[in-house]
Design a protein around this ligand. Structure first.
Ligand code: UDX
Length: 453
């Protein structure tokens, strides 16, 4: 099939490349000329394992192209995906929908004949109905535009796998589409994925929009739940990682997303829970989501707690202290520093008088743009030179498997603070380090090592 994908950021570029991988002819469309030129040359503007291969293979096969030209896009296909960003509005909780509206306003007047626009962006419930109205009023007499919603659940760092092997496909269709034409087209598009038995849920438009934000709200709540429990563990001397293992064996709870520590960040969870609260308020259901305010504040409290723990470890002052910060990306296998807890902590420590040296395997360039005043190191060893405390704030494999003995001669004081509870506490202690962890103690009982999933 021939399809376009509007928006070539994280979501759109991945979706375009993966649709081509499924055998479709795909045109990615973006207003950013430099991004389009880069993608057309096989260069991804972000780090995502496995995606460069998919991109280049499909460019070479001629199945994938990129453009800034809306006329070309309108004529290229009659199925169009919408994958532009919906960031948080400045100074407000609500989502900024200007990019979504801009695509519809530009595209709709150029369409002739029957077209299906499938939304993938995370949007407030009710957006697709508004887009339908907008598209129909902007289009000419010869166009029939149908809107559907197919939320995207991909995780950064696993984007290709999550797109080609999703755990479910959700499709919201318009109630006026009684012939089921959107469903038939989407079934064709995803036939290779559906053939593997992937669950396919057809819903109304509002439900599909809500599925996405509800899933992210649930994940954020799960992380803040375990981080709230970790505050009680801190106060009582219990080990929250062992506790997570123990409650996680209950299938109703599950162990995943119960890793206590510095909490969540990134371009999705924080802004999605805020936009969800704002939308519920507009709908008169604001009381329903007040708990998400607490989820947000538990999460933000972890960053302050990390700064306090570091100050305590450094003898109650950060003045004149050298701090090595290992990790800047909001999570491993990503170079994304949007709302990164690690960078936030690094910035706070510097403002409190510490000399902070940051290392991350992939996110240094992006970090420099956001926080140009921090010092950036080229390696773990360089960051740790003369450090009074070594902080692990993103659980890159490289950090998890560091050799504590090799770092010993580099530092000024042997303090390691595990912001993600990902290090082998026993090994660090045996090598002579003073080991502290965010979220209370890590117990070394009979060699028990808590899991991280
Ligand atoms: C999230 C959703 O998982 C995905 O389905 C949606 O499409 C986009 O938003 P992503 O932002 O890529 O994906 O990251 P995710 O893996 O969910 O992690 C989010 C944050 O939570 C990271 O900062 C991570 O470090 C943190 N986290 C995750 C924890 O603190 N503890 C955990 O147990 C899991």
């Amino acid at each position: 099939m021939k399809v376009t994908v509007f928006g070539c950021g994280y979501l759109g570029a991945t979706h375009a490349a993966c649709l081509a991988e499924l055998g479709h002819e795909v045109l990615g469309v973006d207003v950013d000329e430099a991004k389009v030129a880069g993608l057309q040359n096989g260069d991804l503007p972000f780090y995502e394992p496995g995606l460069p291969d998919v991109l280049r293979r499909n460019l070479a096969a001629g199945r994938l192209q990129f453009t800034t030209d809306y006329d070309r896009a309108a004529a290229f296909a009659d199925v169009h995906f919408l994958g532009v960003g919906t960031p948080q509005k400045k100074g407000e909780y609500a989502a900024d929908l200007r990019h979504v509206y801009a695509v519809i306003d530009e595209l709709a007047p150029r369409l002739c004949g029957d077209h299906l626009i499938i939304g993938k962006s995370t949007v407030p419930v009710g957006t697709s109905e508004e887009l339908k109205r907008r598209a129909r009023s902007a289009s000419g007499d010869g166009a029939e535009i149908n809107i559907a919603w197919n939320p995207e659940f991909l995780r950064e760092g696993h984007a290709v796998d999550d797109t080609l092997r999703p755990d479910r496909i959700v499709l919201g269709i318009d109630s006026s589409d009684s012939a089921g034409s959107a469903e038939a087209q989407v079934r064709d598009l995803y036939s290779a994925i559906l053939a593997t038995g992937t669950p396919f849920l057809v819903t109304d438009l509002a439900t599909a929009e809500l599925v996405k934000v509800s899933a992210n709200a649930f994940l954020a709540t799960k992380i803040s739940f375990i981080n709230a429990i970790s505050e009680v563990c801190e106060a009582s001397g219990a080990d929250v990682s062992m506790l997570a293992d123990a409650i996680g064996f209950d299938d109703r709870i599950g162990r995943r997303f119960l890793n206590a520590g510095l909490g969540f960040g990134g371009g999705c969870l924080p802004k999605d829970i805020r936009a969800f609260m704002a939308r519920a308020g507009e709908l008169g259901a604001d009381q329903a989501l007040t708990f998400l305010r607490e989820v947000d504040s538990i999460n933000m409290r972890r960053r302050t707690a990390m700064v306090e723990l570091t100050t305590e470890v450094c003898g109650n002052t950060l003045l004149g202290k050298n701090i090595a910060v290992l990790g800047a990306a909001f999570k491993p296998e990503s170079d994304d520093v949007r709302d990164s807890p690690a960078l936030n902590v690094a910035g706070q420590l510097q403002l409190k008088g510490a000399a902070v040296s940051v290392f991350d395997p992939k996110a240094i360039d992006n970090s420099r743009k956001v926080f140009p005043t921090l010092t950036y190191a080229d390696s773990v060893h360089e960051a740790c030179r003369q450090a009074d405390a070594v902080l692990v704030l993103t659980e890159w494999t490289e950090f998890v498997h560091m050799d504590p003995a090799a770092l010993r001669p580099l530092v000024r004081n042997m303090n390691v603070i595990d912001g993600r509870r990902c290090l082998d506490a026993g090994a660090w202690r045996r090598a002579g380090w003073s080991y502290s962890s965010l979220g209370g103690p890590v117990r070394d009982l009979r060699g028990y090592v808590a899991s991280r999933v």
